[in-house]
Design a protein around this ligand. Sequence first.
Ligand code: NG6
Ligand code: CA
Length: 524
Amino acid sequence: MKASSFRRIIATLAVAVAAGFAGAAESRPNLLVIVADDLGHGDLGCYGATRVKTPNVDRLAAAGVRFTAGYAPSSTCTPTRYSLFTGEYAWRQTARPTSILDGDAPLCIEPGRLTLPQALKNAGYFTGAIGKWHLGLGDGRTPVDFNGRIAPGPREIGFSHSHIIPATVDRVPPVWIENDRVVGLDPADPISVSYQRDFGVEPTGVDRPDLLKVGADRQHAGTIVNGISRIGFMKGGRAARFKDEELTSTVVRQSVAFLEAHRAQPFFLYVGLFEPHVPRVAEPPFAGTSEVGVRGDVIQQLDWATGELLRTLDRLGLAENTLVVFTSDNGPVLFDGYFDRSREDVKDHRPAGGLRGWKYLVYEGGCRVPLIARWPARIRPRVSDQMFGLVDLYATVARLTGAKFAADSAPDSLDLSPVLLGETTADLRDHTVLHGIGNTLSLRSGAWKYVPATQSGPASGIGSGANPNDTRFAESRIPAPQLFNLRADPAETKNVIAEFPERAAGLKQRLDTIIAGPGRRGAP
Ligand code: NG6
Ligand code: CA
């Protein structure tokens, strides 16, 4: 062997050994997971948007891996976030409802379960959840007591610290909960909540539309808080009610404080941003700043919030070894109950980036979401077309952090760390199941997508009070099965099932097997 080759081998070994040591000791990354709400595949500059400016998220993407085939396992919030934290498809779990939850619904993740936050906590991480929760609170045996201790909640599934809103901004009660207590509650003015009946003491969108900042449909015409009628009814808790115009600043302030407080130990911070979900209310500096109306304004606000978190990591010297994941819980929607002109103002901006369908649906527009991961220490900047599911974050992070979890505790989660780190160009996830309202499921496998017919329509899963005949949900009724070739037809325009009946039958069988199976780490 020539001396130069020998030297090269020795040098390579030295690098490998050094990397091995780093892997064992200080390379355990911090984890910051930012989940936007209803942000579409085409809503960011780095995914092609031009009328909405998102320089901060774009910079994040340029310094990390940007996935073009990132998937939310469901086209609505609760089931997606359930999967993110458990590594299990939400539809597998039938003991607890995981459809779009109301503000007084019970916790949908079993307390004590080895969730992603719990596994990281066990591994010595400080864990926090800030912003949108929407996974339920309380045990369901007694109604949630918003005036007392609210448990089980984030803490019982592994978050040491939390500062959350219970469900969606458009649902009562519009309050912050820190750990297990409503923030700023006056005991002399207790909160009552009902999704069935109006207490008759506070104005609603039905009887006092003159008080509204923005008009709403019947489902969103419950109790008026801060000039916005919500889903559901409440009374009391006046001092604790949030102002929509301050929500994002609060998330930023709380998140910055969390990062400052826990900079010295490994941490996992989950940040649930509210934009661009309804009701869309821009904080004053962002109002009127985009070319496409209020929905664009609040996306630009979300970009600012993301930038503040990234700047904090820089300031604290944490950026290099923090894995930042930025994504969305489901696809976009323009009209979702409030007449805020998002539909009228959209111009040629394409929230779903040209994909078919929207939030609520099993088509690509409902589930394919922006997904960006930055970890300067280990991830090489690039764009990846490999599939990556939000359900895979659990096993992937467990591998990267050394957190222990039992395989059966995250049955649908694949360790995609080689994909994340760019060590392979193979599609380690070669299929994914997608869930929509009405408990519809579809299967993407390689280039193909199979969409079964639905029997029932969207009777379940849209939350209380929703009108199943709403045109938004029309496409969730699928009269005959469909097959698409996403490589040739990414927008799912051409049902080719008549040309490829055997392929469709194969996919149907595979979907049935996955549904029937217990879920495994790996393909069934
Ligand atoms: C729906 C609401 C919608 C939104 C959604 C949850 C109606 C008609 N629509 O039921 O406004 O709150 O639930 O969105 O009630 S999600 O992103 O949290 O899943
Ligand atoms: Ca959502």
